[in-house]
Design a protein around this ligand. Structure first.
Ligand code: NAD
Ligand code: MG
Length: 399
């Protein structure tokens, strides 16, 4: 049976893997719309390859480039935020939401339509507006299928029992490029070193979040909303081989785990089909060849972002939005060489504690509320980073 599919973030890392899955099953999917950020050529290319009906680019200024790149293809194009929302709202049974960052919040939320299925990669939608997002999805009868590999594994493992019988749900972390580095060496790490992920090939922002372990922290918050599990039932385990992605420990002591080779096409294929299987011609997991799987506790001294994210999850309210916004600004500052590696966690910590003292921390009731808090927290992070000129180069370097 052919299903109509829209891909938000079609030119990114997840978007490209999704295109590969779709191209391997041309008869299964008809692509309604594709969305990209700035690159008109790349968007037109994926739109042509997938035979999409509509292509929307977020960057309004590149609209004429998109029109040019699509001319003669019969594919309609649009640019600007209204075109992106139009793409998200167009009739499609399935939407795969893989825009990166908080830029994904509005389009992903616009994709919540009655009876639709949403394959969700944009974790920020749940981190920033999880309560509102899940409530709207439930009200509209939208099934959310997690694309994030750990959550996809947990989703499959949780199918083995009832949520009330879950003692603990554990997501694994590869540990990132600095897993074995000392704190002193990590403090001096360059953006290039932090971007070199040992296992996964991903977008820039999530690579840095994997190096700080903030990504795992954001994923704990994501898991809390997706599965309705309280913070004390969620945990992280470092597992450098990235074969076991999620584990559920049941009240009888049994453990159900989700395993796969680390290739995002596996969870993407699973999320697109849900409870049925989309056959994939990918290398198979050969445990005998791997021989040994190792696990260790995460070290929150060398990776303070994980502790900050856990604290934000426990604090609840608007704290996860603030954490995420401060982190996005701090990661940008690190990438452009304005702060050191530990400047990221220092900035996040300062912004979170300042916010806690000053502001009303109620849960954002809507996506727009979440975006307003997000803006405020970003401004605060920019202020923290632009502090006294002589102190700036020291932020996070060598401490
Ligand atoms: P990426 O940077 O490679 O791609 C982002 C996509 O979003 C691109 O298509 C880009 O053009 C588009 N985009 C950016 N700004 C936009 C805007 N304002 N409006 C519309 N489109 C915009 O990122 P990625 O690694 O593919 O990650 C995408 C999302 O999936 C993130 O939320 C990330 O946390 C999540 N995720 C990624 C992975 C992975 O393996 N890459 C794994 C799990 C979850
Ligand atoms: Mg993940």
């Amino acid at each position: 049976m052919t299903r109509s599919l829209t891909i938000l973030g079609a030119t990114g890392s997840i978007g490209r893997s999704t295109a590969d899955v779709v191209l391997a099953h041309r008869d299964e999917f008809r692509v309604e719309a594709v969305v990209g950020g700035r690159d008109a050529e790349a968007l037109a290319k994926v739109a042509r390859k997938l035979g999409a009906r509509f292509a929307a680019l977020a960057d309004e200024k590149a609209g004429s480039d998109l029109k040019g790149a699509l001319s003669g293809t019969g594919i309609a194009g649009g640019a600007g935020s209204s075109a992106v929302i139009e793409a998200a709202e167009r009739d499609a049974e399935l939407v795969l939401a893989a825009i990166s960052g908080t830029a994904g919040l509005r389009p992903t939320h616009a994709a919540l339509k009655p009876g639709r299925r949403l394959a969700l990669a944009n974790k920020e939608s749940l981190v920033c507006a999880g309560a509102a997002f899940m409530a709207d999805a439930n009200r509209l009868g939208v099934t959310i299928m997690p694309v994030d590999s750990e959550h996809n594994a947990l989703d499959q493992a949780l199918a083995a029992g009832r949520n009330g019988d879950v003692e603990k749900a554990v997501i694994t972390a590869s540990g990132g490029p600095f897993r074995t580095w000392t704190r002193e060496r990590i403090a001096q790490a360059s953006p290039a070193e932090a971007s070199a992920h040992p296992v996964w090939s991903m977008g820039n922002k999530i690579n840095i979040d994997s190096a700080t372990l903030m990504n795992k922290g954001l994923e704990l918050i994501e898991a809390h909303h997706l599965f309705g599990l309280e913070p004390d039932r969620l945990d992280v385990l470092v597992h450098p081989e990235s074969i076991v992605h999620g584990l559920v420990q049941w009240s009888d002591g049994a453990v159900t785990a989700g395993l796969a080779l680390p290739d995002m096409k596996v969870p993407i294929a699973n999320a697109l089909r849900h409870h049925e299987r989309l056959p994939m011609d990918l290398p198979r997991l050969d445990l005998a060849a791997i021989g040994r799987l190792t696990f260790e506790q995460p070290d929150e001294t060398r990776f303070p972002c994980l502790a900050l994210a856990r604290a934000a999850l426990r604090a609840g309210g608007a704290m996860p939005v603030v954490l995420n916004a401060a982190n996005e600004i701090a990661v940008e500052a690190f990438m452009t060489g304005r702060i050191g590696f530990y400047g990221i966690s220092e900035c996040v910590e300062t912004v979170c504690s300042t916010f806690l003292k000053r502001n009303n921390m109620t849960v954002p009731a809507t996506v727009l509320d979440a975006l307003a808090i997000d803006e405020e927290a970003r401004d605060m992070a920019r202020q923290v980073l632009s502090g006294p000129a002589e102190a700036k180069p020291l932020l996070g370097a060598g401490k």
